[in-house]
Design a protein around this ligand. Structure first.
Ligand SMILES: Cc1ncc(COP(=O)(O)O)c(C=O)c1O
Length: 439
């Protein structure tokens, strides 16, 4: 059989790029086979180098609330690139975007821009330590805050037998090359379990600089917080003097205009954003009260970056915010409605499958399909115990052949953008139904 262009590119790429790609989630680790090389995107569609068209539900891991090549973004980039790509100086647009964000987010009085979710989390945790004078941080099983050492433990799925007692989870590094010292001050706690957190706070709360949490568990599919759980976490932080750090890299400008803070009525001490904030280019931000954010002033907690507050990224961000917020936040309402509708359609289709036990969970514009015998996946241990990741991968690869693009990793998730429509939902639900029959 003749090779297709993706296969040829993968062969060429594997000679010069590690695993043929630049992040494991784009290569054989997630696909188990040749990834499809994409050539361009338009609206809700991605096109591969072999000319196939896909309805894209991955949307660059959530970075594209306006979809691909949105005319307003294209216009912004075309206009601004002609005036210079990057100055690394103070900028008017930097002030304008910060003003927009401070107006939108009641828990944010001051902003510092960065480039990626990982970098923002690094600065946020250093800031929490600098502000409180405490060393420890509390993170949760299954939560991911970027690929740097202090938080890169217990983020990946593991055999359930490796996890230890939930009162004292075994700390498992997710990478070679990490030293024990790097995670020595990181306490790991099961998420969505308030008693486990109360126990951990009683033991470590007075030494903890912060408790860092995703608002929706987004790196084990999509798992919503139990009602009141995050509010109780916020109260416990106050009680023990630890900062409540909400990592909204995925959920910011996604589950609501104001992210999980708005959706669940939270007032985090520190918050970080990424992904959707950049509307398709690298852009992240750390935010909080003036008092806490003043810790990043010169001479206190250090945070540098040649590409911080890049002017192109800021212009794109400004356009994205203006578009999504127009007409009483119609863009955010639209991605929510589309996400909820598709989740419901998929739930109906999966309920009817008499071949596979499969469920779909979602929060507004985010959703994920789980092959599991459980009615619901509520935490990391449920996921490790009962989600069939290989089956999900095989299922996603078959969906590619029907023109539906979802990342084949069960730990990730899919997302709606303003450019999706009812027809995309219908076509996707039908393709899922057929694929379940064929699998
Ligand atoms: C919750 C969360 N925080 C931080 C990050 C890291 O962001 P980035 O990939 O931009 O470094 C991610 C990435 O998926 C994430 O999901």
């Amino acid at each position: 059989m003749e090779k297709n262009t993706s296969q040829s590119l993968f062969e060429r790429g594997s000679k010069v790029l590690v695993e043929g790609v630049s992040s494991a989630s784009r290569g054989p680790a997630a696909f188990g086979t040749t990834p499809r090389y994409m050539s361009h995107g338009q609206g809700s569609r991605l096109y591969d180098v072999d000319g196939r068209e896909y309805i894209d539900w991955m949307m660059a891991f959530g970075a594209l609330p306006l979809g691909h090549a949105h005319p307003k973004i294209v216009e912004t980039v075309t206009r601004e690139i002609a005036r210079g790509s990057h100055f690394a100086t103070a900028l008017e647009v930097e002030v304008e975007v910060a003003e927009l964000l401070v107006e939108l987010l009641p828990h944010v009085e001051k902003i510092r821009f960065a480039n990626t979710g990982t970098e923002a989390a690094m600065a946020a945790i250093r800031l929490a330590r600098g502000h409180t004078g405490r060393r420890k941080i509390i993170k949760f099983e299954g939560h991911y805050h970027g690929w740097w050492d202090a938080v890169l433990i217990n983020s990946n799925p593991q055999p359930i037998t490796a996890l230890g007692h939930p009162n004292s989870p075994i700390r498992i590094p997710d990478s070679s090359g990490m030293t024990e010292e790097s995670w020595m001050d990181t306490i790991v706690v099961p998420w969505n379990d308030i008693e486990a957190l109360e126990r951990a706070m009683a033991l470590h709360g007075r030494d903890a600089a912060c408790v860092v949490t995703e608002g929706v568990m987004s790196n084990m599919g999509v798992i919503a917080p139990a009602p009141g759980y995050l509010n109780k976490m916020q109260d416990l932080c106050k009680q023990y003097g630890a900062l409540f750090y909400l990592d909204e890299t995925v959920t910011g400008f996604r589950v609501a205009a104001g992210g999980c803070a708005e959706l669940y009525g939270l007032k985090p001490d520190i918050v970080t954003y990424g992904k959707a904030l950049g509307g398709g280019v690298p852009m992240a931000a750390i935010g909080g009260s003036s008092d806490i954010m003043s810790g990043l002033e010169w001479g206190k907690v250090l945070h540098f970056g040649t590409h911080n507050a890049g002017r192109l990224a800021l212009h794109i961000c400004k356009t994205m915010l203006i578009e999504m917020l127009a007409n009483q936040q119609a863009g955010f309402k639209k991605i929510k409605d589309l996400g909820l509708k598709l989740t419901k359609e998929i739930q109906e289709v999966t309920r009817k499958s008499n071949k596979h036990k499969v469920i779909c969970q979602g929060v507004n514009s985010m959703f994920q399909i789980f092959f599991t015998d459980q009615e619901k996946i509520s935490d990391y241990r449920d996921f490790c115990r009962s989600v069939d990741r290989i089956k999900f991968r095989d299922f996603s690869l078959k969906l590619f052949d029907k023109g539906i693009y979802m990342n084949p990793s069960a730990t990730l998730h899919s997302l709606s953008a303003v450019v999706h429509n009812e027809e995309d939902i219908r076509v996707t639900a039908k393709a899922i139904s057929e694929t379940l029959d064929e699998l």
